[in-house]
Design a protein around this ligand. Structure first.
Ligand SMILES: [Zn+2]
Length: 343
């Protein structure tokens, strides 16, 4: 590309390196934007869309990092140019890039409900095995604080938002997901603690179907006749909600031949929560029946059979009550102003 040599304007080699990182990411289809030098927060205006005063760069509509993220080579070269003040880390905006990044953290405190796991990787492996699945190989990175970022392409037409470890439609504790409204810092970026490195080279795999459905919020439940709308996930602790989401997804996706045992195990698990006072028995019953509904009438799976299994397994589970230890469930933390990225 033609370049005008300007006298007295030093080209910082580290800026040139980071520009290469940004250009490579863009060439791989990712939308990039500048992140503060040596940091992990956006270097573009920090206010969120709902606080936008529509001035300055936002005059013609909000222009946060997500809107300004680009694959345009010229814009990338403008951002990453000049002296060391332009040593921006490379932010990757997940929404525009059509990706979801699974962000696996670590903890010094073992998770009792996950066999003493101390990493999001262990939780994810248990979750994957619990669904009878394996994870496809995909592009991944390591963060300076021993975290892992697994990149997945979203299926065409699907949009997801961020989730936060153990809350709502998240995968589990120590696991965040970054999608629409979220970003990650890309490999090649640096922080005082160390560098972001590529862990697994190669293509970004498509998000597996079972993960897609765990991460997809269900359509709002229709109120039953004569009953007020009471979503169990609203009332339950978010941690309980995550368990519900996992168990009901497992039931819905159970392959032929494992439908009964999956339903049985899910009902026992929820039964334990009912016994522990974490969950209302009628709600648990209704949720499980809803989840099993996709199988009813298919290959001899009957409603009566599902009812019986649920009733019995709930009662069985309730005899071994399980309480959620709330010391391990943190307040629903929000990211930085515009979604953002965990360490
Ligand atoms: Zn704005």
């Amino acid at each position: 590309m033609p370049r005008t040599r300007r006298r007295g304007r030093r080209q910082d080699p580290e800026v040139a390196r980071l520009r290469r990182v940004a250009l490579d990411a863009a060439a791989a289809g990712l939308y990039v934007f500048p992140v503060k030098p040596g940091g992990k927060f956006p270097a573009v205006p920090r206010h969120s869309a709902d606080r936008c005063r529509e001035r300055g760069v936002c005059a013609a509509g909000h222009q946060g990092w997500e809107q300004r993220a680009t694959r345009d080579r010229a814009q990338i070269c403008r951002w990453w140019s000049g002296d060391e003040s332009a040593r921006f880390n490379v932010g990757i905006a997940c929404g525009p890039s059509g990706i979801v990044v699974i962000d696996l953290d670590t903890s010094t405190e073992p998770l009792p409900d996950w066999g003493g796991a101390t990493t999001g990787r262990e939780v994810l492996d248990q979750l994957t095995a619990g669904h009878g699945q394996t994870l496809p190989e995909t592009y991944s990175t390591m963060t300076p604080t021993d975290g892992e970022h697994l990149y997945y392409r979203l299926p065409e037409g699907l949009e997801l938002r961020n989730t936060h470890g153990g809350h709502g439609h998240s995968l589990g504790p120590l696991i965040d997901t970054r999608a629409g409204g979220g970003f990650v810092v890309g490999a090649g970026s640096v922080r005082p603690e160390g560098a972001y490195l590529v862990a697994e080279h190669g293509q970004i795999a498509e998000l597996p179907e079972w993960l897609t459905s765990v991460l997809t919020p269900p359509p709002p439940a229709a109120p039953r006749q004569g009953e007020p709308l009471a979503l169990p996930t609203r009332r339950a602790n978010a941690y309980v909600a995550a368990i519900l989401a996992g168990e009901t997804a497992a039931v819905e996706q159970a392959p032929k031949g494992q439908r009964q045992i999956t339903l049985l195990n899910a009902a026992r698990t929820l039964g334990r929560l009912v016994g522990g006072g974490e969950l209302d028995a009628d709600n648990a019953h209704a949720l499980l029946l809803d989840a099993a509904a996709v199988h009813i009438g298919v290959d001899g799976f009957t409603a009566a059979e599902a009812e019986r299994t649920i009733t019995r397994a709930l009662a069985y589970g309730a005899r071994a009550p399980r309480r959620i230890d709330r010391r391990h469930s943190t307040a629903d933390a929000q990211g930085p102003a515009e979604g953002g990225e965990a360490s």
